[in-house]
Design a protein around this ligand. Structure first.
Ligand SMILES: O=P(O)(O)OC[C@H]1O[C@](O)(COP(=O)(O)O)[C@@H](O)[C@@H]1O
Ligand SMILES: [Mg+2]
Ligand SMILES: [Mg+2]
Length: 338
């Protein structure tokens, strides 16, 4: 009997250890399978005609990549008939996706960013898929249409969160609320195998990730924080910091789960008040749950991201997440300025 723990076996063990409902287990399995299919299309690249623009815009006014649309369809198709979902919402769709038919639906809502890091697709840099699982509010009418409001639950309500990273290795990183696990895709077996048993983020770090080209637009607390790091050991922090930015949130957060650091996408003067670039429901919330479950912290500069009350399905939020000490420092600088 192989001692390697596949995703399926891990989920069964979770059911025994933590009473994880069979429906949730099935949901994670289906999402895992969909990510394997997405991985196949990404791996084919131009051979499969999957690179380049789709020629359409999504609800955020962003030019969609072909793989944004392909990945979205793969996740919808895989999850539509399983009976485990009441509905879905995606970065690439303005409104929630209704599970067709009049019959009792599943207990869960799946919210996802089908392809994260889209600007990196055509240059062969790691991209990912991010997902968040919520419970579906009680519904009288089984034929009832799902409204945006059904999804607008704060991050603390998530029952699971995860991401797939399509890089030199393809991995699935997952939390069900008791720690963070990483599974590597064994392409021969076609299974995700547990390789990172208890991913944790060191409290202290000397590495940060931010798009530096936006510096002139940032608020004072962010300018101060980044300048102090750039000042290195001669500066007030007394240590040298390294900088990394891949422009794929999944890849930047994965780096932090493996070796620590802080990831930032702050508000800047070009944006709507108190908003950011990254989306609360399918980027910030799932990543915040994973980061906190790994011992890190995640705020919008002022409060815990998972305490933010969502108002809109595609709303944006400033993001500071990673090693606790660094996130606490940048949050303190914002509070001092408030
Ligand atoms: O291009 P910028 O400003 O560096 O922004 C990069 C950020 O935008 C994103 O690509 C947005 O995500 P999508 O690709 O899913 O739209 C993040 O993954 C990444 O952190
Ligand atoms: Mg994204
Ligand atoms: Mg995306």
């Amino acid at each position: 009997m192989s001692s390697r723990t596949t995703l399926s076996r891990f989920l069964i063990e979770q059911t025994r250890a933590h009473q994880t409902p069979a429906e949730l287990r099935f949901l994670i399995e289906v999402v895992g399978r969909a990510c394997k299919v997405i991985n196949y299309h990404i791996g084919k690249g131009e051979l499969g005609g999957a690179l380049g623009n789709q020629g359409t815009e999504n609800v955020q006014g962003e030019m969609q990549k072909k793989l944004d649309v392909i990945s979205n369809e793969i996740l919808l198709e895989a999850n539509e008939w399983g009976g485990h979902l009441a509905g879905m919402a995606s970065e690439e769709m303005e409104k929630p996706y209704q599970i067709p038919g009049c019959f009792p639906k599943g207990s869960y809502l799946l919210v996802f960013d089908p392809l994260d890091g889209s600007s990196n697709i055509d240059i062969n840099v790691s991209v990912g898929t991010i997902f968040s699982v919520l419970s579906c509010p009680e519904r009288a009418d089984i034929c009832g249409i799902l409204e945006d409001e059904d999804f607008l639950q704060p991050g603390v309500k998530q029952v699971a969160a995860g991401y797939a990273i399509y890089g030199p290795q393809t991995m699935l990183v997952l939390t069900l609320g008791n720690g963070v696990k990483g599974f590597t895709l064994d392409s021969e077996m076609g299974s995700f195998v547990l390789t990172h048993d208890n991913m944790t983020i060191p409290e202290a770090s000397a590495e940060f990730g931010i798009n530096m080209s936006n510096m002139r637009h940032w608020e004072e607390p962010v300018q101060r924080y980044v300048n102090e790091m750039l000042a290195g050991k001669e500066g007030p922090l007394g240590k040298d910091y390294n900088m990394r930015w891949t422009a794929s949130m999944v890849a930047d957060i994965h780096r932090i789960l493996v070796r620590g650091g802080v990831f930032m996408y702050p508000w800047d003067r070009r944006m709507d008040k108190d908003k950011g670039k990254l989306r609360l429901m399918y980027e910030a919330n799932p990543m915040a749950m994973i980061v906190e479950q790994a011992g890190g912290a995640a705020t919008n500069g002022r409060i815990r991201i998972m305490d933010v009350r969502p108002e809109k399905l595609h709303e944006r939020v400033p993001v500071f997440m990673g090693s606790k000490q660094e996130v606490e420092r940048i949050t303190k600088y914002h509070k001092e300025k408030a």
